[in-house]
Every structure is written in structure tokens, then in C-alpha cells.
Write a protein that binds this ligand. Structure first.
Ligand code: 5AD
Length: 464
């Protein structure tokens, strides 16, 4: 028994952490499977940012725990943010858990699982629940290796852990701890190795990436540590595209805006969470910028890169949200015309500042506000996508699409998902694609070989 299935809830950071656990387990002889039904060990990597995410993982754990009745060797673990947030209190709800692992202890999972394997071989007692939720000095450097031998055209690279902001609604500072940064050398080395293994695009990950290195790495000629890091990564030969998520509007200064005009690998797409378009609400959320400042950043980015794509996060129904405050969010949302957005209904998280406020916006009002924004988004993404029909886009092909034989998935610089009939040899190449059709979420296209045969196109990658 050593087939492990890892189910991931929540953000890219969690996906990245799951990849790291999977790689470490593979290196130790476990096989990581894609189907929970054939697994002997199931690990849930959880999210705590909204109640719904926690309830889903709790429901799933309860369901999986039943498998232990038929198979006493079955191992069930909960890792990540919900484990950190709820701690051992979770065991009252889920007494069958074998593993409870916090956000700074992912690297300890293989060692913990080994103890269960040993017991099955009769080499030791079966442990009761193994719990490790402590903080760990230097854990930001334990998140380095994550793909192992697995190749990926596009890879996540964690540059930091934790968050020092104090947004009143947010549980993350509690689940992920204060900011810790990896060194630039170690990040660049990791990317060089990824590139040598076939990666062409990296997405740098952090709760607030533009705080990278703050108060530890000095500014150089007015250039912040994060932009210095982008400069270094931009110089890595063989890498074609750089993305990152998420920045905070507060630290989105001129040096980062200008980077879009001079770093050719930096892709013209920014996910910039605004949360609200109302100044009074931003104050209550403890988001230290104004509506005007946010719109100014958008204008500055568009001045440097007119084609830049923008996405955002918004919360509707934060405590005390008046009709007028929501109207400010609605009008900002319409004015910017985002390509993509995540719209969330406020969810009270115990331990946050806003949990002390009255969650007084009725559910039906939250629903209605949510729908108003979704309708605007549907229209604006469709409009932005339709504008690309007929154009030629440089598409980095990532691999076969989930549906459709012979169809491959890739992205244009603005991060739009594009489906195109192609051949497996072209995976990892940036190829010219003519866009034929647009929906809200995806573009369909055809390889544009313009008289050159496919063989040659494969060695003629187009740049940004
Ligand atoms: N309720 C609803 N949405 C939340 N987010 C964070 N905390 C909450 C909460 N308590 C949203 C924010 C953040 C995204 C990752 O999740 O918009 O940017």
C-alpha cells in the first residue's frame, strides 16, 4: 500500500504546495495517483479563506473516514490552511484523521506516512493521529523542489510565504504566518533548473508578491526588491514568459508599472485585487489605498501596455456595505472593464477583525450584488474575447486539452485560454494561432502556418 491521492482546495499556493508534497512522496517510492478510489492514502490540502471551502473539506473528510471501517490500513490526512486555522479542534469533528499537518510542515508528510507503512509491515505500532502545526524557521526554503522529474511547460515558483497585511476580512495571516522571503539566488537557480527541464513559463507565487524582500533587500536606484527579482528572472536564458500572483495595489509603484515597458518576458496580464470600489469600505477592510489610486494604477499600466489584461478579486456584502458603497464598487468594476474577476460573498472568519463587526448584509442582498457584478463581468470578458477574433496570437502550448482528441491548450500573453488542433510535438513551443471563435471563457483557433509546413513552424517560435 503506497498509492496516494492528494485533493487540493483553494488557491495556486495550495496547488503548489500539493505539487511539492507529491514530488517528495514520489521521490520516496510512493505512487501518486489521480483517482481517490484506487488510493490507500488520501491527503486533503485545504483552504480556510471562506467558510464554504472549509465545509467542503470537512464533508469530504467525514465521507472518506467511513472507508476506514472497511479498510483499517487506509490513511486519511488533512493538511494546509484549515488544519492550521482550526488546529486540533478539528479532531473533535473528525476523530478518524491520521494526519493533521500545518502550512509550514508539508515537507514532513513523507516521514509521517512512513510511520503508517512501517506499522503495516509489523515494524512498529500504528500511530494515533500525528499532528504538526508548529511554525518552522526557514520553512520558506523547504518549498523549493516541487516537480521532481515531472515536466511542466508552465510552472509555479513560490518566492515567499506568509502575509504582513491586516485586511480585516482575511484569515491568511493566521494560517500562513508572517512574511518570509526566499533568496533571489535560490529562486533563480530553481527557475534555471525548471527551464533546463523544459519549462518555458513561470508564475511567481506569494500572498503579496510585491512585498517581496521588503526591509531585507535594499532598493537599488529606486527599484524595489520584487522588480529586481523580475529583472534577474527576465535574464534567464530559455525562459519565455513571466507571470506572478498576487500583487497588492498599495505597493504597485512606478518601478513595477515601468517594468511592463522594458522586461520583454513579463506578460501583459495583472491580477490586482481591488476588493471594493468604495473608499469608506476600503477603510473598514483596512486596505490602504483609495478608489482613485486604484484607477490611477490601471491608467498607468494601460499607458505602458495598452493591451494589458486585468483581473481582480471583489468581496460583496462586507459588514455594513450600503447600497451607495456597493454602487461605487459596481461603477469601478464597469469602468475598468476587467478581463476576469473572482467575486466573493463575504464570509465571516472567526479570529479576523471583521468577525467583530455585524455580518448584517442579508444573504439575498449578497446574492443580488454578486449577480450584478457577474453579469457585468460576463459582458466585458466576452467583449474583450470577441475583439481577438481574426487576430493572430502567440500561444504557448501547454499540453492536450481536457476535452477533444488532437486539441491542445495554450495561452496568449494576456493569459487567455486558447484551444487549437495541434500535434504533441508542438507542446512547449510558442506558435502563431489565428483566433476563429470566442466565448466568455475560452478562444478557439487554428495554427497559422502561412505556407510554412508544421515541421518548420515548430522551430520558429514567435516571441511576445
Ligand atoms: N470572505 C469572502 N471573501 C474573502 N476573501 C478573503 N477573505 C474573505 C472572506 N472572509 C477573498 C478576497 C481575496 C480572495 C483570495 O478571497 O477577495 O482576495
Amino acid at each position: 500500500m503506497n498509492r496516494v491521492y492528494i485533493k487540493t482546495y483553494g488557491c495556486q499556493m495550495n496547488e503548489r504546495d500539493s505539487e511539492a508534497v507529491a514530488a517528495q512522496l514520489r521521490a520516496r517510492g510512493y505512487s501518486v495517483v489521480e483517482n481517490e478510489h484506487v488510493a490507500d492514502i488520501v491527503l486533503l490540502n485545504t483552504c480556510a479563506v471562506r467558510d464554504q471551502a472549509e465545509q467542503k473539506a470537512i464533508g469530504k473528510s467525514g465521507y472518506l473516514a467511513k472507508r476506514k471501517r472497511n479498510n483499517p490500513d487506509f490513511v486519511l490526512g488533512v493538511m494546509g490552511c484549515m488544519a492550521q486555522n482550526r488546529g486540533t479542534a478539528l479532531l473533535e469533528k473528525l476523530p478518524d484523521l491520521d494526519l493533521l499537518v500545518g502550512t509550514q510542515k508539508f515537507h514532513r508528510v513523507p516521514q509521517m506516512l512512513d510511520q503508517f507503512i512501517q506499522s503495516q509491515k509489523g515494524l512498529g505500532p500504528r500511530p494515533s493521529t500525528l499532528v504538526d502545526l508548529d511554525a518552522e524557521e526557514g520553512s520558506e526554503e523547504t518549498i523549493r523542489e516541487h516537480l521532481g522529474d515531472k515536466q511542466a511547460v508552465s510552472a509555479f515558483v513560490s518566492i515567499m510565504q506568509g502575509c504582513n497585511m491586516h485586511c480585516t476580512f482575511c484569515i491568511v495571516p493566521k494560517t500562513r504566518g508572517p512574511e518570509r522571503y526566499r533568496s533571489m539566488d535560490s529562486i533563480c537557480e530553481e527557475i534555471e533548473e525548471l527551464v533546463a527541464n523544459g519549462t518555458r513559463e513561470v508564475t511567481l507565487l506569494g500572498q503579496i508578491v510585491n512585498s517581496y524582500g521588503m526591509r531585507q533587500i535594499p532598493y537599488k536606484n529606486g527599484i524595489s526588491p520584487f522588480v529586481q527579482l523580475l529583472e534577474r528572472i527576465n535574464a534567464i536564458e530559455g525562459l519565455e514568459r513571466i507571470r506572478y500572483t498576487s500583487p497588492h495595489p498599495r505597493g504597485f509603484q512606478k518601478d513595477l508599472v515601468e517594468a511592463y515597458g522594458r522586461l520583454e518576458k513579463l506578460m501583459p496580464y495583472v491580477h490586482l485585487p481591488v476588493q471594493s470600489g468604495s473608499d469608506s469600505m476600503l477603510k473598514r477592510m483596512r486596505r490602504p489605498y483609495t478608489r482613485r489610486r486604484f484607477l490611477e494604477i490601471v491608467d498607468q499600466l494601460r499607458a505602458v501596455q495598452p493591451e494589458i489584461a486585468l483581473s481582480t478579486d471583489i468581496i460583496v456584502g462586507f459588514p455594513g456595505e450600503t447600497g451607495e458603497e456597493f454602487e461605487d464598487t459596481r461603477s469601478l468594476f464597469e469602468e475598468v472593464g476587467f478581463d476576469m474577476a473572482f467575486i466573493f460573498k463575504y464570509s465571516e472568519r472567526s479570529g479576523t477583525k471583521s468577525a467583530e463587526m455585524d455580518d448584517d448584509v442579508p444573504p439575498e442582498v449578497k446574492d443580488e450584488r454578486n449577480k450584478i457584478l457577474l453579469d457585468i463581468l460576463g459582458e466585458s470578458s466576452l467583449r474583450r474575447n470577441e475583439a481577438l477574433v481574426g487576430s493572430m496570437q502567440p500561444v504557448l502550448l501547454e499540453g492536450p486539452a481536457r476535452k477533444g482528441k488532437g486539441i491542445f491548450m495554450g495561452r496568449n500573453p494576456a493569459n487567455r485560454k486558447i484551444l487549437v488542433p495541434a500535434s504533441p510535438r508542438l507542446v512547449g513551443q510558442t506558435v502563431p494561432v489565428r483566433i476563429l471563435e470566442a466565448t466568455v471563457s475560452v478562444l478557439n483557433g487554428e495554427l497559422c502556418l502561412s505556407g510554412i509546413d508544421e515541421e518548420e513552424t515548430a522551430v520558429l517560435p514567435v516571441s511576445k
